[in-house]
Design a protein around this ligand. Structure first.
Ligand code: GLN
Length: 482
């Protein structure tokens, strides 16, 4: 039986790649939805653990042994993971049910969720048009927006949780780098990859974070207990009216649409009315962040993806004979999509001697950014104990999350054909927090009774390294008032 392609089916089209071991086509959406409902019902009766009664969907670059873990790539379309990622185990132990895996831009590379082997995710926030959901965690964001699950996991390397959350009108939280285990998360760029949480309710996002905010000895980048205990001494939010909010002038970029400027302006105005102090600040390295990010990320991606040669790992197309070189190049050319191939070429060039010292220059920008960012915060960065905090600094920074509203799928294809770099500029507001490893969140901000209330509006809030609690508490207060 094929389901009629009704509006609601079209809305969730593309979100789910797999449902617990099965490939999901239109026929399966129905059973998926009834399964979600019955699980909710079941769990509600058995409310004994912190996350009992909740269900979640994980981005399909997070390993799970049932079904496939594909990274939305042909290279891994038949890959079955022998193990379960730590984050999934932690959530299941806390009583939550994993009900599916979500679509993404291939290996997390993209900001549209159009660059997937399984086709694009369509943004459920727009009723009559096919607009992008944002990426790369577009499936996770769309699933949360469509209420398929209580929350979803995504990964954020340069904005991939925050941007789709903003485009679909849900919350998207990227914790401090290293707080949440990445064991079992297929790497894109390991100095940046961070597991993030998407949800509709800030209380749920906090609860999920509390569950997965743990040291994991299997992950070498997991922050050790000693630093975690230093973090627990950082100041917490007292009253929202005492908050000092920094507004980095470098976020006022040319690409910022008047729509996003207005959302930013309205948010700051509303916060001022609540009694917060609004303070312009300057972080000059933000201007160089996007180029530093794309240099670092492509180099790391090229190195990580070199394992998919179709011999040891990944899709193997080779039934015609040839040299090892022929076989591997045939496998890789047919297994990876255009965007992934582009990053591999860019990254291998960056790492080659011909490129000069691009990679080193990018890491210098990154170091400078960390330092400048640290100087605008009023609290101590626990990894730089010899640098003193700025006594008259800020508690949080605020900017818009996106430069302009999500485009239609047709606009995306046209833009990409003309110049693929145009989609890279979508990340201009989100990459600085990723490069610095600091926590950041995208929060839906909906003014009441404006002609545009149908378009998801969003702001980004950034906090000092390790002070995720302040960020979440501030967000909660803010959401109660807006
Ligand atoms: N759009 C960015 C990129 O393609 C961010 C991706 C991400 O955060 N995974 O690199």
């Amino acid at each position: 039986m094929r389901l009629p392609r009704t509006h609601s089916i079209a809305q969730i089209e593309g979100i789910i790649v797999f449902r617990r071991g099965l490939r999901t086509g239109a026929d399966e959406y129905n059973s998926l939805i009834s399964e979600v409902r019955s699980k909710k019902h079941l769990s509600e009766k058995n409310n004994v653990k912190p996350l009992s009664g909740t269900s979640f969907i994980a981005k399909d670059n997070i390993a799970f042994p049932e079904g496939y873990t594909t990274c939305a790539s042909k290279a891994l379309s038949n890959y079955r993971s022998p193990f379960k990622a730590t984050v999934i185990q932690q959530l299941e132990d806390a009583g939550s049910d994993l009900i599916g895996k979500a679509n993404l831009d291939e290996f997390g590379m993209g900001s549209s969720n159009v660059e997937s082997y399984f086709g694009p995710v369509i943004n459920p926030a727009f009723e009559n048009e096919k607009r992008i959901a944002g990426g790369s965690s577009g499936g996770s964001a769309a699933a949360v927006r469509s209420e398929l699950s209580t929350f979803a996991l995504g990964t954020d390397t340069g904005g991939s949780v925050r941007l789709p959350a903003a485009y679909t009108g849900v919350i998207g939280f990227k914790p401090t780098y290293g707080r949440v285990s990445r064991w079992g998360v297929i790497p894109y760029a390991q100095t940046l990859d961070t597991v993030g949480i998407l949800g509709r309710d800030i209380g749920v996002v906090k609860q999920v974070f509390n569950t997965i905010d743990q040291h994991d000895e299997k992950d070498v980048t997991s922050v050790p207990e000693k630093i975690r205990s230093d973090w627990s001494g950082l100041p917490r939010l007292a009253e929202i009216k005492n908050t000092i909010i920094g507004v980095p002038e470098e976020f006022l970029v040319e690409e910022l649409s008047s729509y996003s400027r207005q959302v930013w302006y309205d948010t700051l105005n509303a916060l001022r009315k609540l009694g917060c102090t609004i303070k312009p600040v300057s972080i000059p390295s933000i201007r160089k962040s996007l180029s530093a990010y794309y240099t670092i990320v492509s180099a790391e991606a090229a190195s990580n993806l070199s394992r998919y040669d179709g011999v040891r790992y990944g899709f193997n197309s080779a039934d015609t004979p040839g040299t090892v070189h022929d076989i591997i190049s045939r496998n890789r050319s047919s297994a990876f999509g255009q965007e992934v191939q582009r990053r591999i070429i860019l990254g291998n060039y960056t790492l080659s001697s011909e490129s000069g010292d691009h990679y080193l220059k990018a890491t210098e920008v990154r170091k400078m950014l960390v330092k400048e960012l640290n100087q605008v915060f009023s609290t101590q960065h626990m990894l730089f104990s010899d640098e003193k905090p700025n006594a008259s600094g800020c508690d949080v920074l605020i900017s818009p999350t996106y430069t302009s509203i999500p485009c239609t799928l047709d606009e995306y294809h046209n833009m990409n054909e003309e110049n693929f770099l145009s989609s890279y500029t979508n990340d201009i507001l989100t990459v600085p927090a990723s490069l610095a490893g600091v926590p950041a969140i995208s929060v839906p901000y909906q003014k009441q009774n404006t002609p545009n209330t149908k378009i998801p509006e969003a702001i980004q809030i950034i906090a000092q390294h390790g002070n995720d609690e302040f960020l979440l508490d501030f967000t909660k207060e803010l959401m109660m008032r807006f």
